[in-house]
Design a protein around this ligand. Structure first.
Ligand code: DX5
Length: 218
């Protein structure tokens, strides 16, 4: 089953609650909240307060993508705010094994994101603690960027590693996912599609954009 996550990075920040509910009504299985600190990535977005504000408005999974340094300092705050999953960047976590253990102890799902330059075997020692691996198909920091096609082979490599180790870890992709690139990443082994600007834009409604994305991978 293919899961679609709406990234609110491209939503109207003046109407975040409404836009999250629109995506839920359109049938997305999760909302991805892109947290940026201006250090791990150049951009700054929002923190646990936005998760706290969204929690009572939607029932779908709140998936928090932490594009921040020292993410282990903030795990409890996002757990208290109502996050269902925390995605850490492998590149930001020298003690990734311990950080993933801490997320599980806080009763959330675990995710690890890999920047385009990071190989999938960097995670081999933590896959038993990882519910989802998010392959970045753009360099993180902004929405609306072009899809990096070289990551398709990385998705295939990651799928081979997961299958060999009989891990139930899911593969998510994030960055430049639209009706053209979605079939490519699903064919490579991804089952979770994170999309921002192809869902939130002025070309069509959120509902129509989600429907188009969903039908591009059936
Ligand atoms: C990193 C962010 C974006 C966002 C999706 O920059 O994580 O990838 O979620 O952006 P789009 O779908 O607009 O490329």
């Amino acid at each position: 089953m293919i899961v679609i996550e709406a990234s609110i990075l491209s939503a109207d920040f003046a109407r975040l609650g409404e836009q999250a509910r629109e995506a839920e009504a359109a049938g997305v299985e999760a909302i991805q909240v892109d947290v940026m600190d201006g250090r791990f990535v150049p951009n700054i977005t929002f923190g646990a307060g936005v998760v706290r504000a969204l929690r009572p408005l939607v029932k779908v999974t709140l998936d928090v993508h932490l594009m921040i340094v020292e993410p282990e300092r903030h795990l409890e705050a996002f757990a208290k705010a109502g996050a269902d999953r925390l995605i850490l960047h492998q590149e930001a976590c020298p003690h990734l094994h311990r950080a993933l253990q801490s997320i599980r102890e806080l009763k959330m799902e675990t995710g690890v994101a890999l920047n385009p330059s990071t190989p999938p075997d960097a995670l081999e020692e933590v896959l038993d603690l990882t519910d989802l691996v998010q392959v970045m198909t753009v360099n993180p920091g902004w929405g609306g960027q072009a899809f990096i096609h070289s990551q398709l082979e990385k998705i295939r490599d990651l799928k081979r590693i997961l299958d060999k180790g009989e891990h139930s870890t899911r593969i998510a992709v994030d960055g430049g996912i639209d009706t053209n690139t979605a079939p490519l990443v699903v064919d490579a082994g991804a089952t979770v599609l994170v999309a921002g600007s192809s869902i939130y834009n002025d070309k069509a409604s959120v509902a129509d954009n989600v429907a188009a994305l969903r039908s591009s991978v059936v």
